[in-house]
Design a protein around this ligand. Sequence first.
Ligand SMILES: CC(C)(COP(=O)(O)OP(=O)(O)OC[C@H]1O[C@@H](n2cnc3c(N)ncnc32)[C@H](O)[C@@H]1OP(=O)(O)O)[C@@H](O)C(=O)NCCC(=O)NCCS
Length: 185
Amino acid sequence: MVILETDRLVIRRFREDDWKDLFEYLSQEAVVQYEPYGVFSEEDCRKEAVSRSQNEAFWAVCRKNDHKLIGNLYFKQQEPLPFLTWELGYVFNTAYWGQGYAHEACNRMLKHAFEQMGAHRVMARCNPDNTSSWRLMERLSMRRGGHFRKPAFFKKTDDGKPIWHDAYQYSILDEEFAAIEGLNT
Ligand SMILES: CC(C)(COP(=O)(O)OP(=O)(O)OC[C@H]1O[C@@H](n2cnc3c(N)ncnc32)[C@H](O)[C@@H]1OP(=O)(O)O)[C@@H](O)C(=O)NCCC(=O)NCCS
């Protein structure tokens, strides 16, 4: 089983007993605001931890010093598989925003993608209103490749109408990542 490490973090598969830390952040309105789901209950999180423990796309991000699970990455290969493109997602507990943890975890995952998994391209999407998300992508040297006009909705109005939202798409290519790594070594 793959475990990724950085100076401050361990990035590992989910376990069933992660539900409490999962509940701590998936119950926060600010965390789920731009996600395709609402806040989770304790019971939802017990089930979610079991489900994530069986799903290789979800990675738990934990601090090395106290083993606290502070957020998660989502990392999944897209179809068609020969195009070697993975989608990256990230959701962190508000108590750990603004400390560079999400950047550290995502950057490690990009290194894993390009250097171990043979990825050609890693992409991510977000609502343009989610400034924290696209600023993170730009800190990761991902480049905005598109602004899509209302391609999707996650929520509906009280009378059942879709609330369509725009989406930015960002990506980074293997040669771009290698060039940045080359500068840092
Ligand atoms: C998107 C999200 C993960 C970004 O988290 P974040 O903490 O802002 O991102 P980073 O880890 O890159 O941290 C950067 C901040 O930490 C600061 N920082 C402090 N110490 C740092 C360090 N050692 N290294 C790097 N940055 C550091 C930076 O200056 C920056 O601060 P700023 O935002 O005031 O400019 C977070 O807002 C989140 O979980 N949102 C809810 C879920 C969500 O919307 N996900 C995306 C769906 S598309």
